[in-house]
Structures are given as C-alpha cells and as structure tokens.
Design a protein around this ligand. Structure first.
Ligand SMILES: C[S@@+](CC[C@H](N)C(=O)[O-])C[C@H]1O[C@@H](n2cnc3c(N)ncnc32)[C@H](O)[C@@H]1O
Length: 301
C-alpha cells in the first residue's frame, strides 16, 4: 500500500538554513513538496527541481497558489547552478533518495517487497534500467556494484549466479532478482534481521540513476553558487551518500597551505553540526531512522 511521503527532519532542515525570509532558496528535491512548502511558508523565494516528471506534475496542482514565489524545473539537482545562472542563493536543500510514493509504486520496481518490472529509473527518458544492468554487465562489474554499493560480502557468488541465471532467462521482474538473492541468502523464518534484498535493490537503484556522480557534481556546484553566508543543507539516507557528503564538505573546509605549511588561503566554507531525527519523529516516521542532516556555510567569497 502506498503511504504519502512524510518530510524527514523538516523543522531541523528549515531551521538549519537560518533566516530565509525574503531570500532565494533552492530545493533540489521537490518530491511531495513538504520541504518546499515549509520554505515558502517561511517567506523564501524558492527555485525547486525534481528529476521525476511525476513530482513536478503533482506540484503543478498547488504551485499557482504561490505565484512568482515558486519556480519549478524538471531537472536533475546537478543542474541547479545552470538554472540559477547569476542568482546566488542563501540556501540550498537536498533531501536525497526517493520519496515513499516512489518507493511504494510497484511500476517503478524499487522495492523487493513489491512485484513489478525491474525498471528503477528516476527519469523515464533515461535508457538504462535495472534489468539492463543485470542482463548486460560483466560478472566483475556486477560484483563491484554490490560489494562497493551495498557492502555485500557475498558479492562474487551473487554476481556469478546472476550471470548463470540470465543465460537461461533474462531478468525482467523484481521477483526474478529477489529469487536470485534468496538463492544466496535463503529466507529464515522468525529472523528479525533486515532482508539483504533491501540494500542490494538500493545499490542497483543507485547504479541505474548514477546517483553518486550526480550528487558529487551537485554538492560542488551548489556550494560554489551560494551567496556569502548562504547554507547548503543535505539529508542523506544511506552510507554511500553520507560518506560522499562528508568527504566533499570536509574537502571544501580545508585551508590552502603554502610549501612550508602556513595558511596561504583560508577555506571559503565551514561545516555545521550533524543532526539526526529525535525520538518523537522516529515514532511517527520510521523512515527517518537512517537520516542524517549535514550543513555547509559559505563564509568568504
Ligand atoms: C526524499 S524525496 C524528497 C521529498 C521532499 N523533500 C518532500 O518533503 O516531499 C527525494 C526527491 O528527490 C528526487 N530526486 C532524486 N534524485 C534526484 C536528482 N538527481 N535530481 C533531482 N531530483 C532528484 C526524487 O524524484 C524525489 O522526488
């Protein structure tokens, strides 16, 4: 059953952006518009993107209420610097991943718990689907995908089994991939552990949409675009995203040293405190469990 998306770390993310009344703020991940509407309510001028045409179409129903206070773009968030052009935002928000509405839609093939086509594309005009990756990547590439993308210790036997299985019958459905995973990890009744298919499906989704490459470009591009004093706030949901955000933020906050180790140029950015959901939010929305909010502020030109 599809649950409407509940915005994660909503108050924390808006508060982390500081005083935004009358300021330009970009929301790179419009989704169901939870964060976007809170930004609008706080009086920000908002530029919002989403790479899923359905999210943009749904927002078009309520966007006119806000008139020129809201601009919508069907685009990846890595395009924000191009969309903004000469405009320098005081805030940029990225609430990563997919919304509950997308994850619970069987036609997208994102959930191992729902039978559907092995598609997983965020943007339906893109060519590569999850089925194409499973049916065409070399065994070593598949093993790397699951080892590095899902920290899967049985990545090699899994990749070998995928290659054997697809010779007999190409992958087309989520249930085909689940059957392969369960041949490696037979389900055990009563076991409380998370099903390995959750992280393996997620790693496949990240590869289909080239999510980490796009995220890195967006982090660097949006940080560079910020006005002095402006804040980039990012909510991550999985270890790979979290590691990347941490690495890029850390790099942007390092001073440049001269050959004898003295500070030649002070970094243009500083990091804020890392935040996670509190008990009250977790009780209402278990999906917030893995969410981490990080912020980066531009301190110099
Ligand atoms: C977690 S949801 C955002 C939910 C939203 N903050 C809300 O409160 O309803 C993430 C959204 O980001 C979008 N998205 C994912 N990757 C994207 C990308 N590379 N560029 C633009 N949008 C993206 C997804 O389509 C999804 O709608």
């Amino acid at each position: 059953m599809s649950a409407a998306h509940i915005p994660v770390l909503l108050h924390e993310a808006i508060a982390a952006l500081g005083e935004i009344h009358g300021q330009l703020v970009a929301d790179g991940t419009l989704g169901g518009g939870g964060h976007t509407r809170a930004l609008l309510a706080a009086g920000a001028q908002v530029v919002a993107t989403d790479w899923d045409a359905a999210a943009i179409a749904a927002a078009q129903a309520w966007a006119p209420t806000y008139g020129a206070q809201l601009e919508l773009y069907h685009a990846p968030y890595s395009d924000l610097p191009t969309i903004l052009g000469v405009r320098r935002p005081m805030g940029v928000l990225l609430d990563l991943g997919f919304s509950s509405d997308q994850l619970d839609d069987p036609a997208r093939g994102l959930s191992y718990q729902l039978a559907g086509p092995l598609d997983m594309r965020l943007n339906s005009t893109q060519r590569t689907t999850a089925a194409e990756i499973l049916n065409s990547w070399r065994e070593e590439a598949l093993a790397d995908l699951f080892y590095y993308g899902a920290e899967e210790l049985k990545a090699r036997p899994l990749a070998r089994l995928i290659v054997q299985t697809r010779k007999a019958k190409p992958y087309t459905l989520t249930t085909d991939f689940l059957a392969t995973i369960e041949a490696i990890y037979p389900p055990r009744l009563g076991l409380k552990r998370a099903h390995p298919a959750a992280r393996l499906f997620q790693a496949l989704r990240v590869a289909v949409n080239d999510e980490l490459t796009i995220l890195e470009a967006a982090l660097r591009g949006c940080a560079a675009q910020l006005a002095v004093g402006g804040i980039l706030a990012v909510i991550t949901f999985q270890p790979n995203e979290e590691r990347l955000v941490k690495k890029v933020f850390r790099e942007l906050c390092v001073d440049t040293l001269d050959p004898v180790g003295r500070v030649a140029a002070v970094a243009n950015f500083k990091q804020g405190k890392k935040l996670m959901a509190g008990k009250a939010e977790l009780a209402l929305n278990p999906r917030a469990r893995s969410a981490i909010l990080r912020t980066l502020q531009r301190t110099h030109e």
